[in-house]
Design a protein. Structure first.
Length: 99
């Protein structure tokens, strides 16, 4: 269990292939195709956050998928939704979903 002053961020929050009910937490315009833990780490660093990486953790909805493992912890600096939007804004433009 992470500290109360840290937020848990999963790569699935930014996955364009998922619906909101399947775990996506950003709009489709902000989502990317197949986000990896390393991409999310890079975006968090670009956003000025200092992520703590936990590669062995698996999201409860995808515990059975070893490819979908890993999460980051960041210091709580405002609402979780604002931190997620900040990270989504830093995702590489090359990875942005084309409409």
């Amino acid at each position: 269990m992470p500290d109360k002053d840290k937020l848990v961020i999963w790569p699935m929050y930014f996955d364009a292939a998922r619906s909101r009910s399947e775990g996506r937490m950003v709009s489709l315009q902000e989502a990317v195709n197949e986000p990896t833990l390393d991409i999310v780490i890079t975006a968090a660093i670009k956003s000025g956050l200092k992520p703590e990486v936990e590669r062995e953790k698996r999201h409860p909805k995808t515990w059975h998928n070893p490819e979908a493992s890993g999460r980051i912890l960041v210091l709580k600096k405002g609402p979780k939704s604002a931190v997620i939007k900040k990270i989504a804004g830093s995702l590489s433009r090359k990875l942005k979903k084309r409409n």
